[in-house]
Every structure is written in C-alpha cells, then in structure tokens.
Design a binder for this molecule. Structure first.
Ligand SMILES: NC(=O)C1=CN([C@@H]2O[C@H](COP(=O)(O)OP(=O)(O)OC[C@H]3O[C@@H](n4cnc5c(N)ncnc54)[C@H](OP(=O)(O)O)[C@@H]3O)[C@@H](O)[C@H]2O)C=CC1
Ligand SMILES: Cc1cn([C@H]2C[C@H](O)[C@@H](COP(=O)(O)OP(=O)(O)O[C@H]3O[C@@H](C)C(=O)[C@@H](O)[C@H]3O)O2)c(=O)[nH]c1=O
Length: 311
C-alpha cells in the first residue's frame, strides 16, 4: 500500500513522521512545499499553491492513501492573502480529491473549528451550519466542499487549537513570551479544545485501521466529516494558565508569569476568531471505537517531552 503524506514539515506532519505509524502501514512517501524534511531525510516536492502541478506527482507515486497535513494556517495573514490561502486550502484539496476519486484512493484531510462562527452555546455537531468569520476559515471550508464534491472516499477530520513540542503554535508562543515578560494578557472569552498533534496522529491511525478493516458498507458509513478534538474545553487564558502550571510542576520553567484574563476586544487582531470553538467529538469516538483523551492529557505529554529535551 502506497501512502503519501503532504505537509511533512508542519507540526502535524512532523508528528506523523516521528510516530512512525504511517510507515508501519505501507510504503510511505513524505512531501513538503520545497522537498526538504526537518529530519534531513529526502522528500518529494508538493506545492499546494500550484494545484495544477499535483496531478503529475500523484500519477507518478500512485498513492492508495493521501494524508494531507499541508495547509495555509496563518490566520491573520490570510486576511491579506485570501487568494493564496484558497488555492492551498481549497483548490489543491479539490485536485487531490478528484485524483483520488479516479484512482480509488482514500483522502485523509484536516479541517478546522474556524469554519464555524462560534455563536453556538453547545458543542458543534459535524453537520452544524458553517459560517466562517475570516479568510482562513473560508479557505478551509472551500477545501471541505471541494473534497466532498470530488466523489473521493475520504475522512475529513476537523480539529482545533493544535499544538506540539515543535513548530509554530500557541503553547510555544506562551512559553517564549512567558520567559520574556512578567505578565501576559490572554483572552478568556474564546472557548475550545487544545488538541496535541500526538492525539491527532493516534486517533487518525485508529480511524485508518478501522477503514482498512471495514467492508464497503462500513467504509461508506465512515466517509465524511468527523470531529477529532481532545475532550473537554477551556479558554485560551485557561490553556495558557495550565501550560505555565504544568511547565513549572515538571521543572521546565523556574517562574510562572502572571496571566491576566482579558476580553477579545482588548486583544484586537486582523482576523476575527470564534467565541465558541467547541466541537462535539462523540461521533468520532463511537464510529471508530476510540476514546479521545481530555485536553490536559495531551498538554502533560507535550510538556514532558519538552522537559526531557531540556535536560
Ligand atoms: N494549527 C492549528 O491550530 C490547527 C490546524 N488545523 C489543520 O490541521 C492541519 C495541520 O496543521 P498544522 O500542522 O498545525 O499546520 P502547520 O502550519 O504547522 O503546517 C502546515 C504545513 O503546510 C505547509 N504548507 C503551507 N503552504 C504550503 C504549500 N503551498 N504547499 C505545500 N505545503 C504548504 C507548511 O509548509 P512550510 O513548512 O514550508 O511552511 C507546513 O509545513 C491543517 O489542515 C490545518 O488547517 C486545524 C485546526 C487547528
Ligand atoms: C499571543 C497571544 C494570543 N492571544 C490570543 C489571540 C487569539 O484570540 C488566541 C489564539 O492566538 P493564536 O494566534 O496563537 O491562534 P490562532 O492562530 O488563532 O489558532 C488557530 O489556528 C488555526 C490554524 C486553527 O485552525 C484554529 O483551530 C486555531 O488553533 O489567543 C492572546 O490573547 N494573548 C497573546 O499574548
């Protein structure tokens, strides 16, 4: 079985490679925008901002499974670069889907809580109405729609508030700012479920295994959108406070900075973010027989990894 991983250098792509679970399930080819890999191994070039170039690569590699961890993820910058974001997150996903449909391949693709407007009061069901507040969310929604209409077998996995010991994410930003400042100001009126890349990798592999062992009818029931997020929820302020508390307990930091709770209005950003970003993950757990851990469990793992690296 040929497996193609796109976005090998992103925080999720790196975690897939470090975990090794894809390589254990088939012949794995990693691809990145520029053909490099952070671990020094070689990779194919797959630039999703040039969707028309992808078919040649796919024809050569002939993957049975495409795992798309590549995306334009700069939420604020997307307000200025919506065309680029839409090519990468929308059009390119449509190309992957059409190729997969024609060649009976499976597409595993990731989307985001930012497809919702955040006005709900309860966790979003997979079929809740989407209404993105910004360009990034619109571009990711375009990708969802392109994949669904491509006719490809797919697992469309919406996740949220992703972080890892590596890469660009809120946890690493907090630890950096916390080392520089006495006090941080963090919004307390946006709720979501911080989800570690390791949580996503393990749950994705469980879903893939269920897919592989399923018959045609079971696969039809699995095709579609699922919410792959950690259980429970908190605010960005709650997440920041837990990051510092845990990092201090594990000896990663010597001093906990003050973390002031502020409102969204007090932290203006180019892109508007949903106030309520909590996704209902019970469907994923039932469909794939896989328990999604509380967000705190993922946090403890990531802080442990960082503490070990720091020693
Ligand atoms: N980060 C988050 O909080 C969330 C992420 N998601 C989704 O999860 C998935 C994984 O995201 P995550 O790992 O966090 O994102 P990252 O930003 O860490 O990684 C994205 C990767 O995509 C690559 N990429 C960007 N543009 C292109 C392009 N034109 N061609 C090829 N590759 C490109 C980047 O390449 P390079 O390294 O060269 O810049 C990077 O390696 C994405 O679909 C994202 O939308 C969903 C919810 C939350
Ligand atoms: C750095 C910082 C951020 N914030 C706020 C801004 C924002 O509302 C919130 C999160 O900020 P960030 O810019 O780190 O996160 P953001 O880029 O909005 O994260 C999103 O990324 C995309 C890719 C997704 O798909 C989403 O699920 C989500 O994870 O925290 C503070 O309040 N204080 C601070 O010091």
């Amino acid at each position: 079985m040929n497996i193609l991983l796109l976005g090998a250098n992103g925080q999720l792509g790196r975690s897939f490679l470090e975990h090794g679970g894809l390589a254990a399930r088939g012949h794995l080819t990693a691809a990145s925008r520029d053909g490099t890999r952070t671990d020094g191994e070689s990779a194919e070039v797959a630039d999703l901002s040039r969707p028309d170039t992808l078919t040649t690569l796919l024809d050569r590699l002939r993957p049975d499974i495409i795992v798309n961890a590549a995306a334009y993820t700069a939420v604020d910058r997307a307000e200025q670069e919506e065309d680029l974001a839409t090519r990468v997150n929308g059009e390119a996903v449509g190309v992957l889907g059409k190729w997969a449909a024609a060649h009976h391949a499976l597409v595993i693709h990731y989307s985001t809580d930012y497809v919702f407007d955040g006005s709900a009061k309860a966790p979003y069901a997979v079929d809740a109405a989407t209404a993105p507040l910004g360009a990034y969310g619109r571009s990711k929604l375009a990708g969802e729609q392109a994949l669904k209409s491509s006719g490809a077998a797919h697992l469309l996995l919406r996740t949220a508030w992703v972080y890892a010991p590596h890469g660009h994410n809120f946890l690493r930003t907090m630890l950096r700012l916390g080392a520089e400042r006495e006090e941080l100001r963090v919004v307390a009126d946006q709720q979501g479920a911080p989800t570690s890349t390791d949580t996503i990798v393990r749950a994705t592999l469980a879903a893939l295994d269920a897919w592989q062992s399923g018959n045609a009818e079971q696969r039809r029931a699995m095709t579609g959108t699922h919410h792959l997020v950690a259980s429970g929820h908190t605010s960005w302020h709650g997440f920041a406070s837990a990051i510092f508390q845990t990092a201090h307990e594990r000896g990663l930091i010597a001093r906990i900075p003050r973390v002031a709770a502020i409102t969204t209005a007090e932290f203006p950003t180019p892109a508007q973010r949903p106030a309520w970003s909590v996704l209902d993950n019970t469907g994923f757990q039932q469909r794939f027989g896989y328990a999604l851990p509380d967000w705190q469990a993922g946090l403890h793992e990531v802080i442990d990894t960082l503490s070990t690296q720091a020693r």
